[in-house]
Write a protein that binds this ligand. Structure first.
Ligand SMILES: NC(=O)c1ccc[n+]([C@@H]2O[C@H](COP(=O)([O-])OP(=O)(O)OC[C@H]3O[C@@H](n4cnc5c(N)ncnc54)[C@H](O)[C@@H]3O)[C@@H](O)[C@H]2O)c1
Length: 274
């Protein structure tokens, strides 16, 4: 049976952890040569080793997607190694300004922050700006640079990782929610502007997923119980639930789909209270 991304080159930002890591490994198994781009080059290198161990081809690149010159170097590095970029998942993101992604067990103790300082009345301009810079401007810079490269080789598919927070307000997370709502609109604008270049742009909006980002919270039984209760399918999502949606949107199976958002969220968005 042929692989779903045979002979494609895939760039995954945030590829060192969680949803991005799962996309990198799944895409490698499906025949893609994978570029694992991340702020944390050591964790990216470990994912590269895993992808190669699965029989795939992969390289790692260190990048801060909020920095335009670093995004340009990321594209250059990908093309120097694999000659082109056919598909991209923009998964790099932060939940709040001070967020640092770590292994989930380390996250449980490290990622404590005071929700009180996160409320709109107290939010500092600095922390607002950092979340917007990474989650929205970083995705825009990634889409722009990737699309300019894809045009040279006849097109491609881009998937941006948004969130249920693109549509549902979360207490203490106005910067995050606004950044994700922006990613959804960026996706639609990109879709109509880039269609003429044979580039499709779609988004995926995860519900509550077990990754480093939810690591501190998933360690709390009360949090898991509350989020499970909010989710009609009565479980948290796994990174593979999201990577499967990304794989569909990056493969030719979705060749007539652009400007869409899929919510793999266990039914949260279907609930009238969401
Ligand atoms: N986990 C969830 O419940 C959930 C829900 C909805 C949306 N999301 C979104 O999914 C995406 C992936 O998150 P995750 O849950 O896998 O978290 P994660 O912490 O496991 O992975 C995020 C990765 O992004 C990288 N990163 C962060 N800032 C970066 C930057 N400036 N430049 C390059 N890389 C950077 C981190 O180093 C990390 O490897 C994020 O955009 C997040 O907002 C997650």
């Amino acid at each position: 049976m042929s692989q779903r991304l045979q002979d494609k080159v895939a760039l995954i930002t945030g590829g060192a952890s969680g949803i991005g890591r799962e996309c990198a490994l799944k895409f490698a198994v499906e025949g893609a040569s994978v570029v694992v781009a991340d702020l944390n080059p050591e964790r990216a290198a470990a994912v590269v080793d895993e992808a190669i161990a699965e029989g795939g081809q992969a390289i790692g690149i260190g990048v801060d997607i909020s920095q335009p010159e670093e995004v340009s170097s990321m594209i250059k590095g990908a093309v120097e190694n694999f000659g082109r970029i056919d598909v991209c998942v923009a998964a790099a993101g932060i939940s709040h300004a001070a967020y640092v992604s770590r292994e989930p067990d380390e996250q449980a103790t490290a990622d404590r922050y005071d929700k009180g300082d996160m409320l709109l009345l107290n939010k500092s301009l600095e922390s607002w700006q950092r979340v917007i810079d990474v989650n929205l401007t970083g995705v825009m810079l990634t889409n722009q640079a990737v699309a300019n490269q894809m045009i040279k080789t006849g097109g491609g598919a881009i998937v941006n990782i948004a969130s249920v927070a693109a549509r549902t307000a979360l207490m203490g997370s106005s910067d995050y929610c606004v950044s994700k709502a922006g990613v959804w609109m960026l996706t639609k604008c990109g879709a109509i502007e880039l269609a003429r270049h044979n580039i499709r742009v779609n988004a995926v909006g995860p519900g509550y997923i077990r990754t480093s980002m939810s690591g501190a919270a998933t360690n709390s039984e009360a949090w898991v119980t509350a989020r499970t209760r909010e989710t009609p399918l009565r479980r948290l999502g796994e990174p593979s639930d999201i990577a499967n949606a990304c794989l569909y949107l990056c493969s030719d199976e979705s060749s007539f789909v652009t400007g869409e958002i899929i919510f793999p969220d266990g039914g949260i968005m279907a609930d009238s209270r969401a």
